[in-house]
Design a protein around this ligand. Structure first.
Ligand code: UDP
Ligand code: MG
Length: 308
């Protein structure tokens, strides 16, 4: 029989683990004819009772395992650690707050049987989400899909079921900056999506605030697109051409009608404009250099303190 590994990142989730497990174990029973479940909870440096709950579960239930990080390394790191541990022929990645409905698992499994390599999920709507967050999310997807070769599906969750082959491919990507949405899509394979209505968190709170999401989307741009670099190059090229035209204009005017020396205001505006453009370009390049710097340090993506 095939094994299905569930990779579940947890950060301060003491309230959600028990209801989550109850919901998933009901599905586990329903699917027990087809697959054996294996649970990998990743405690991403929680400050509440998450770890002790996981310890208890691992002791009492033989197919529940956990990893515990030495501090909070972020969801991307937790996902990577889980994917590395999972031994299943199939691997699913799930949030613990039941925003990823476990009752979709049988349907997802059926799609894999049909021959798909990856079955992702996407929210049909963004009900219950703050309006500003939806607005920015939509903007992000519109821009990134225009400028990046890697397609990112609007509303796609990290909740997905993958075959062993896909997981191995994902693990082959050695980058330290792991932008999962991009990585999952970059590896390719036959992918299909299941839509469902947005669900609210059952308990606890989202660990993302507005600025974290903002940084996360900038990360997406920088990790999966060179367009910001090209933009600054084109801005530079344009202002260079404009300046040549300007010089020609000034010289020709001097030689024909004779020039005047007025124009302090326009001169200052021009200097500010060029200066601003240069700083902006430097900033963009700096962002990429910072990423290169982090990558070359080859630091581990996470540190495991305890395993069970
Ligand atoms: N999570 C994590 N590390 C973090 C933040 C979140 O492992 O630093 C986990 C969290 O426990 C949950 C999942 O990632 O299982 C999604 O987090 P959350 O619900 O806060 O994000 P949202 O659904 O609001 O995007
Ligand atoms: Mg959530």
């Amino acid at each position: 029989m095939k094994t299905l590994s569930l990779v579940i990142p947890c950060y301060n989730e003491e309230k959600t683990i028990t209801p989550f497990l109850a919901a998933v174990q009901a599905i586990e029973v329903a699917m027990s004819e087809e697959v054996v479940f294996e649970y990998w909870f990743i405690n991403d440096g929680s400050k509440d009772e998450t770890l002790s709950i996981l310890r208890d579960l691992a002791q009492t239930t033989s197919n529940i395992h956990y990893l515990s990080f030495s501090r909070n390394f972020g969801k991307e790191a937790a996902l990577l650690a889980g994917l590395e541990e999972a031994r299943g022929d199939l691997v699913a990645v799930m949030d613990v707050d039941l925003q990823d409905p476990p009752d979709l698992l049988p349907e997802m499994y059926a799609k894999i049987q049909e021959g798909y390599d990856v079955v992702g999920t996407r929210r049909a709507d963004r009900k219950g989400e703050p309006a500003l967050r939806s607005l920015f999310a939509k903007g992000f997807y519109r821009i990134i899909n225009r400028i990046s070769d890697t397609e990112m599906v609007d509303g796609a969750r990290d909740f997905r079921l993958m075959t062993r082959q896909v997981v191995d491919s994902i693990l082959e990507l050695g980058e330290v900056n792991r932008f999962s949405k991009g990585i999952f899509s970059w590896v390719g394979y036959q992918v299909t999506y299941i839509s469902y209505d947005n669900r609210e968190r059952i308990a606890g709170e989202t660990s993302w605030n507005f600025w974290q999401l903002w940084r996360y989307s900038l990360d997406g741009f920088i990790n999966f697109s060179e367009v910001p670099l090209n933009l600054s190059m084109w801005a530079g090229a344009l202002s260079f051409v404009a300046s040549i035209l300007g010089i020609l204009f000034v010289v020709i005017r001097k030689l024909t009608v004779g020039g005047s020396v007025t124009g302090w205001a326009s001169l200052v505006s021009l200097i500010l404009f060029i200066g601003g453009l240069q700083l902006l370009s430097l900033g963009i390049i700096g962002k990429y250099i910072a990423k290169i710097f982090l990558e070359t340090k080859k630091r581990p993506v996470y540190i495991i303190k305890e395993k069970g």
